[in-house]
Design a binder for this molecule. Structure first.
Ligand SMILES: [Zn+2]
Length: 341
């Protein structure tokens, strides 16, 4: 069975959100710590989590953001996400997109934590996850676009003045409509000057011009989603020529209606155009998926066998910003698991 093969295939996950990875099991624990808004009963919680539409997804996401209130919550969330990436999904390396702005110093008095405590909590979890699960974790700090320039200023400060040892990338998420990428040019320039890699979301809910802007003005080295690139042959040719990967998250794209259905997903268009793609899960429990499931979907859309799936896993390793020794080790592990056909 392909699904057994996928489950055991060593993988790198490059586009997955920190809070968005909280599973019902993890949220149940957080809800017990902070009773009130979210049910801690597993059955009720599973019902609350079930994906209905995008508005409900935002409701679930914000409810979980609200449950992450202390450094201990951050540590628990991060460590348990690592456990779930390791167990059953065989993820060996992950670049987790964190949005510290939503946990640090919010407007509400008595809530939020200092950035120093946040940084220490994720780093504790990173070190413990590598020790206990052999999972190598790295961070991407992400600007929540809906909170505009103040969030961008704060996130840049968190990255440059308090950056954890595992921080390697700078991102931009949230809505694209009404949030021009141009706003964030100075932030990305400063982050890049400090050695961080540029990995904005672009072209998920807007057209290819947003991807062009991200490439030209934000120095994007990978594009989060990039679904609308399929509408622009010149852009596809540019991405292919410069080997700029698209981080493809099929179930997320259907859930957010970035694409109408899996059958209409542009993944095959990208591959036919020679664009480098990686397969990722975005906010997996909230979109009712896992990284394994996303690989299975990719296999269906692209007609892949085991060797093809292994090549996709290697593409994820190649597109990562992992240390060279981690890349070598992971490529060797994939090759040993799936000898070339
Ligand atoms: Zn995302």
């Amino acid at each position: 069975m392909l699904s057994n093969f996928v489950a055991g295939l060593p993988k790198a996950e490059l586009h997955v959100h920190h809070v968005g990875s909280a599973s019902p099991r993890i949220v149940s624990e957080l809800a017990q710590r902070h009773p009130g808004t979210v049910p801690s009963d597993p059955d009720l919680l599973r019902e609350f989590f079930a994906f209905r539409d995008f508005a409900h997804f935002i409701e679930v996401y914000l409810a979980v953001v609200d449950l992450v209130r202390t450094p201990e919550d951050v540590r628990y969330l991060t460590y348990e996400i690592a456990r779930e990436l390791h167990e059953g999904q065989t993820v060996r390396y992950a670049e987790l997109t964190c949005t510290p702005y939503t946990s640090v110093l919010p407007d509400e008095p008595g809530r939020g934590m200092a950035i120093e405590a946040y940084t220490e909590a994720i780093e504790d979890a990173r070190v413990a996850a590598e020790r206990d699960f052999g999972l190598v974790l790295r961070w991407i700090y992400d600007i929540p676009g809906e909170s505009g320039i103040p969030a961008a200023d704060a996130t840049l400060g968190f990255a440059l003045d308090h950056g954890p040892a595992g921080l390697l990338g700078f991102g931009l998420g949230g809505p694209e409509i009404g949030v021009p990428r141009e706003w964030f040019v100075p932030h990305f320039a400063a982050a890049r000057a400090a050695g961080l890699r540029s990995v904005p979301h672009a072209g998920e809910t807007t057209g290819p011009e947003t991807i062009w802007t991200s490439l030209r003005d934000l120095g994007a080295e990978r594009i989060g989603h990039g679904t609308s690139a399929a509408q622009d042959p010149a852009l596809l040719a540019h991405l292919a020529e410069h080997r700029i990967p698209l981080e493809v998250c099929p179930s997320s794209n259907v859930a957010t209606r970035a694409v109408a259905s899996l059958d209409e997903h542009p993944l095959p268009v990208f591959v036919d155009a020679g664009v480098v793609v990686t397969i990722n899960s975005d906010d997996p429990p909230m979109f009712g998926t896992t990284l394994n499931r996303e690989y299975e979907i990719a296999a269906e859309l692209l007609g892949l066998d085991e060797a093809g799936l292994a090549r996709l896993a290697v593409a994820g390793v190649d597109a990562s910003f992992a240390p060279d020794e981690v890349k070598h080790r992971l490529r060797a592990e994939i090759a040993a698991y799936a000898p070339p056909a």
